[in-house]
Design a protein around this ligand. Structure first.
Ligand code: IVH
Length: 704
């Protein structure tokens, strides 16, 4: 752990002797900052939230500012930040990759504007304008192009030297391997020149939805998950094997030209972005230009953007405001490690402190008992939070949560808020230690905590709470998606005795329900229509709805893609299931165990009898056996196709006379690409081989 070694004394012999307690604190802070930078940058596995890290860093900065005798050249505050590992070759950047100063509110922004104006002469002031861009929260990358070809890519590293990750970056589909003289964005065929040399800076990132889907799949398979999209992007690009990177949904935005040779540099930043876009580099569309006279609009935009930033598909940790004129930028220059011509606008943290009013337990659909925090309502990032999970008995005990504590709550993106820890130093002695209840709060039966497990269960199969949760899951978005049907209806219909198993949802006594309070004709009609409509959902929805352990949406899709019907799936042995790529033995066992139970098999029959779809139609092809329209054509299949396995695609092509090979060459006629297609797709692009998505392949079959 290089970053933790080399303790400095923090003393400077030329100045007055420092106070030993301050020296000790500064050393402690420096060591902590280095360690957490190491976890963040090198392991992509932070232990602190950004806010907690910033607090440490700021305290260190402040101590050094107030006590010059404590300053030291190797303090993490005087370095740009970031660390370089020795796992990768190194690239020295053509110029230091500096960082940005922060503004935390409109007042800071106004002060920055005043300084800019003070430092610029009158003729520049007349044309003063600002570009506002998202501050992308990913991994900074530096990309080198020579004669229009992508030749080298590196991480930011410590700002001077980065890690060379060229092969990994080549797998990023948005990164052009060749630059093109494309027409202007307005469609004008304006001639532009491809530079002989171009070095750009950008941010590699992963969309929030792709990050969540990946983590969901990983957790279903009990594999490693990532803390946030930023770490996922960094972890994906810092792989020694680029075929792993190729399977990851990494994207890219470019936002700065560092070096441009062999073509004229546009006079403004906005012009540069437009030019880079014409060359084929990905430029974020969420970028605005404001004149100095429109500064009030700029401030309003910044505030409004903060409110809707969670709706963007990618994560941002603020906005960057830049002086548009490159000449003015050059004149403004830098202070230390920050440019004067740009500033980062940061939004208030996603964490808040509030009071833990109570801890209540909920019964899940598997009978698992979860302690939930009842919180004094608090605003976090524009949303009121009053409830959060405390996971299990050990979480409450290990972190020592007590009823009445002030607690740190975090909201990250769309996910459920987390209670991070109690603020022990704020206790006044009135806090109460919490105990897991002995009996189920719903059915009153004793609770059980199996040895070696963190979870506590209500093991009463007849506990109505479990059935309610199962119904809630079944009718939910990820499964049968029945509109107007939620936890309230599940509770009511279970307590009235209308639902005793999941298939009873299709035998509800609608006439009786019409007599219940709050269930008018219109409401019942809609609910009934929703239930009816759900019968035709794809089988994967029904399979997800059953709530088999480890079988979420993704796994259900994989199983249905292989078997097409629950009848066939029920007959599969654990061994056979385990052979499906992506299905591990835990999932295979869980599925086989579920269908080994007679009541579960009977439940499927009951669904089928009620008219619920239990088999997907295998699409009948309009292909006459024997016809070989693709005779002599060579295909390569890569990535995951939406509805065929790799073998099925091969069969499909061969049935039409085509040949399927494993690698792309100049002899290849078509590359069939699915999701997460990697190097084969790059190769196809390099060689100009035609690519087809599955739908296009089917269309081609229909035409021929
Ligand atoms: S401009 C001289 N623009 O944020 C600095 N940086 O705290 C020029 N970042 O690691 C940087 N989005 O790489 C700029 N639209 C954007 C950005 C951006 C993200 C990163 C940057 C750096 C950090 C600075």
């Amino acid at each position: 752990m290089e970053a933790r070694e080399g303790m400095d004394t923090g003393q400077n012999p030329n100045q007055k002797l420092a106070d030993p307690t301050l020296v000790a604190r500064v050393q402690q802070l420096r060591e902590a900052v280095r360690y957490h930078q190491y976890r963040y940058y090198l392991l992509d596995d932070p232990k602190l939230s950004d806010q907690e890290f910033d607090a440490l860093f700021r305290e260190l900065q402040q101590m050094e500012a107030e006590h010059p005798e404590l300053r030291s050249d190797d303090s993490p505050t005087v370095r740009v930040g970031g660390v370089v590992s020795d796992r990768f070759a190194k690239t020295r950047h053509p110029m230091p990759m500096l960082s940005l100063a922060n503004a935390f509110g409109p007042a800071d922004l106004g002060a920055w504007r005043e300084r800019v104006k003070r430092l610029l002469p009158g003729d520049d002031l007349a044309r003063l304008a600002y570009v506002v861009e998202p501050k992308f929260d990913g991994l900074t990358v530096v990309l080198h192009y020579e004669q229009g070809r992508f030749v080298l890519g590196a991480t930011r590293g410590d700002g001077e030297v980065g890690e060379t990750i060229t092969p990994n970056l080549r797998t990023v589909r948005l990164l052009p391997l060749r630059l093109h003289a494309n027409a202007g964005a307005d469609g004008s065929a304006a001639e532009i020149e491809v530079p002989s040399r171009l070095v750009v800076r950008g941010e590699a990132y992963v969309d929030k939805a792709d990050f969540e889907a990946f983590n969901l799949r990983q957790s279903e398979q009990e594999s490693r998950t990532f803390a946030n999209p930023r770490n996922f992007a960094a972890g994906s690009l810092r792989q020694l094997d680029s075929s792993i990177t190729a399977t990851r949904p990494v994207k890219l935005w470019v936002y700065q030209a560092l070096i441009l040779e062999g073509a004229p540099m546009p006079p403004t930043h906005s012009g540069t972005l437009a030019y880079l876009q014409q060359l084929g580099l990905p430029i974020c569309p969420d970028i605005r230009l404001f004149s100095d006279a429109e500064f009030d609009d700029l401030v309003a935009y910044v505030t409004e953007f903060g409110e809707r930033r969670h709706e963007l598909p990618y994560e941002v940790d603020g906005l960057v405001i830049k002086v548009d004129s490159l000449e003015a930028q050059a004149r403004l220059g830098y202070t230390g490690k920050d440019p004067r011509w740009a500033i980062a606008y940061k939004y208030a943290g996603q964490e808040a402190v509030t009071k833990l009013l109570d801890i209540v337990v909920a019964v899940g659909r598997t009978g698992v008992i979860t302690p939930n925090a009842v919180l004094e309502p608090v605003q976090i990032g524009g949303v009121t939070v009053s409830k959060a999970t405390l996971h299990n008995e050990d979480y409450v005990r290990d972190l020592d949560f007590r009823v009445g504590d002030q607690v740190l709550v975090k909201r990250a993106g769309e996910v459920i808020p987390k209670v991070l820890r109690p603020l022990v130093e704020l206790r006044d002695g009135h806090e109460e230690v919490w105990q897991m209840p002995q009996v189920c709060p719903v059915c009153g039966q004793p609770l059980v905590r199996p040895e070696g497990e963190a979870a506590t269960y209500c093991v009463n199969n007849a506990c109505p709470a479990q059935l309610v949760r199962s119904v809630e899951h079944f009718v939910g978005r990820a499964a049968m998606d029945i509109e107007g049907f939620g936890i309230k209806q599940a509770e009511l219909f279970v307590s009235e005795g209308y639902i005793r198993d999941l298939a009873d949802i299709y035998h509800l006594p609608w006439e009786t329900i019409r007599t219940l309070e709050g269930y008018g004709d219109k409401r019942v009609e809609n609910l009934q229509a929703g239930v009816e409509e759900s019968k035709t959902r794809p089988v994967a929805c029904l399979l997800t709805g059953l709530g088999i352990r480890f079988v979420g949406e993704v796994v259900a899709e994989m199983l249905v893609a292989r078997y097409h019907s629950l009848d066939l799936l029920m007959q599969a042995s654990a061994e056979e299931l385990g052979e499906i790529p992506g299905i591990g033995s835990r999932i295979a066992d869980s599925v086989a165990d579920y269908f080994a139970l007679e009541p579960n098999r009977a439940l499927i029959q009951k669904f089928a009898a009620a008219g619920v779809r239990v088999a997907d139609e295998v699409v009948e092809e309009s292909h006459e056996p024997g016809a070989r329209p693709w005779e002599g054509q060579v295909f390569v299949v890569t990535g995951t196709l939406p509805s065929m396995t790799r073998d099925e695609a091969k069969e499909y092509i061969e049935a039409r006379g085509g040949k399927v090979t494993g690698s792309v060459s100049s002899k290849t006629d078509y590359v069939v690409v699915g999701e997460n297609a990697g190097s084969k797709l790059d190769k196809a692009r390099q060689l100009g081989v035609r690519t087809l998505e599955e739908a296009e392949l089917r269309a081609l079959a229909e035409q021929s």
